[in-house]
Design a protein around this ligand. Structure first.
Ligand code: AMP
Ligand code: MG
Length: 527
């Protein structure tokens, strides 16, 4: 018996996409990482590719989407010039110190210089076990990977500094969680993966020289103006405090709750990192917390600035041996820097609130600052008292500026009407005081009038209409995970790309979740 077998086609050699790697971390910080390889995925499939980000990085999106590119993004092929490493870091998690966390399911593939000349990390998450994995499997599930895609892209479009997803690849392998889930690898782009926990790792081990090298590396990468200064490590601390204060103020301004603000998730760059059990608030509630593992509300919305300061104090402690040889003096200098945080944050938060209320901040005095903060605080109290959606409450101020308060009245309901009207009168008065007036005054031809439509436009540019509503995120993740249906994910990403533009085609994505959904809403860590 003979069997006809088609002549075997010689396998076409995979031509891997080109990356112009320049791997400074691997080159300069020997001792701060372990060289490691990604685990292969049995049946990789590209779920999502961030084409515009690929271009920004100088990568060819078509090459990444081709089989050889997907092989790279799955960890099955390591492109030329990559030096995959697992980075060492420690961290305070929910207040307790873990001296060794590290990349337990992540790898830094390498760095590239993007089109704008910025150095960016290209890293995997979910690429298999490493020496830092402890009991974990080193894997990631598709749902959490796609959550990171959605929320990262949303934050980016909102103008908030963030790490971003370059790609999500399904591995074709189930990962065992409470139930088996489809596995995936996320490719994440970051200004760097240096975190407070990076410094804690070396400080806790008493490796002062390595700590100094890491700190000088951070300075060269993020604060090159400080190179060569004797007080550079103190100034690095101050810079990180400033960047993080600005970042968290921006989070607060869109109702974002990170959910797991551990020190290993607080970056040196000032980018948001690690979208695990995060969520956007709907009805304004300063106590809001959604993470299933945050039983005591440590990382509740209103606590985020204070927790950040706590994390920065951990950074200060780790940097002490570099700040001054005299410990007492080092403590005094570091304490002073960290103690300035509340004022730093207050300034940033007021700037965010002023933008959201359309208030000009050009000529401010302490008294004007106090008045504006009170006006904003009273607005927030009203939102809270009447259970008003945070995003829509601010957004509808733009319509009110243009003379239509119907949207706001609908949000506040009859019970909130008197409070709303009284507050709007104060707001109008404040706007009038700086020469910005409402539609009526503009119509009356007031000489100091800023046209109402200009004010409305300013308010719309500061207050998004589209945020990743939690029920829509869950819908998109469920469709992708349970039914391999990527249409809801794509649609949501389309809507989130221009969060400040109200478009009829995305009307349903703008609406808050039904109350029962939010009442029971919990988000889970991406592990
Ligand atoms: P994260 O919650 O992603 O910030 O991770 C916190 C720490 O746990 C890091 O050291 C991770 O590498 C590690 N980790 C999280 N999930 C896993 C996993 N599935 N396998 C191994 N390590 C993990
Ligand atoms: Mg983390």
């Amino acid at each position: 018996m003979s069997i006809d077998v088609a002549p075997a086609r010689p396998a076409a050699p995979l031509v891997l996409p080109r990356f112009a790697f320049d791997n400074s971390y691997a080159r300069e910080l020997d001792g701060a990482y372990v060289a490691w390889q990604p685990s292969p995925a049995p049946a990789p499939e590209l779920v999502w590719l961030n084409r515009s980000l690929a271009e920004e990085l100088g990568l060819d999106p078509d090459a990444l989407a081709a089989p050889a590119g997907v092989a790279v993004l799955a960890g099955n092929a390591v492109p030329e010039g990559a030096t995959p490493i697992a980075q060492a870091y420690a961290g305070h998690q929910f207040g307790g110190f873990s001296p060794q966390l590290g990349d337990g399911r992540a790898l830094l593939l390498g760095e590239v210089i993007d089109r704008a000349g910025r150095r960016r990390d290209i890293a995997f998450k979910g690429s298999g076990r490493t020496p830092f994995s402890r009991g974990g499997d080193g894997k990631a599930a598709l749902g959490p990977v796609l959550r990171e895609v959605i929320v990262g892209e949303a934050m980016h479009a909102l103008g908030i500094p963030t790490t971003r997803a370059l790609a999500a690849v399904a591995t074709g392998e189930p990962v065992q969680r409470e139930a088996p889930l489809p596995g995936a690898v996320l490719t994440r782009i970051a200004a760097s993966h240096l975190r407070v926990g990076t410094f804690e790792f070396f400080a806790a081990r008493g490796q002062v020289e390595l700590l100094r090298r890491v700190a000088d590396y951070a300075i060269a990468r993020h604060d090159p103006e400080l190179i060569g200064r004797d007080d550079r490590h103190l100034q690095l601390l101050r810079r990180v405090c400033a960047r993080q204060a600005a970042l968290v103020a921006r989070w607060m301004g869109v109702g974002f709750i990170h959910g797991v603000m551990n020190t290993d998730n607080t970056t040196v760059s000032g980018e948001t990192i690690d979208y695990g059990p995060c969520a956007f608030m709907e009805a304004y509630d300063p106590q809001a917390v959604f993470s299933s593992i945050d039983h005591h509300g440590r990382y509740a919305y209103r606590k985020q600035p204070a927790i950040l300061q706590w994390n920065l104090a951990r950074l200060a402690e780790a940097l002490l041996p570099l700040i001054d040889a005299d410990t007492e003096r080092a403590v005094a200098l570091a304490t002073e820097a960290v103690n300035e945080f509340p004022a730093l944050y207050r300034t940033q938060w007021l700037a965010v609130l002023r933008a959201k209320l359309g208030l000009d901040a050009a000529a401010t005095t302490a008294a004007a600052d106090g008045d504006d903060q009170a006006l904003a605080d009273d607005w927030l109290s009203l939102l809270h008292a009447h259970g008003v959606d945070f995003t829509l409450g601010f957004r509808r101020l733009a319509d009110a500026a243009a003379g239509d308060t119907g949207g706001l009245h609908a949000l506040f309901g009859a019970a909130g009407e008197a409070g709303l009207d009284a507050w709007l009168a104060r707001w109008r008065q404040r706007l009038g005081a700086e020469g910005t007036v409402m539609a009526e005054a503009a119509a009356a031809g007031s000489p100091r009038a800023v046209p109402a439509d200009e004010l409305a436009a300013r308010l719309r540019a500061a207050n998004p209409i589209v945020i990743p509503r939690n029920h829509r995120v869950e819908e998109a993740l469920a469709a992708a995970t349970d039914r391999a249906d990527l249409a809801p994910l794509r649609r949501l990403l389309d809507a989130l790309r221009e969060p400040f533009v109200e478009r009829a085609e995305f009307a349903e994505l703008v609406e808050p979740a039904p109350a029962p959904f939010m009442a029971g809403y919990r988000t889970f860590c991406g592990t």
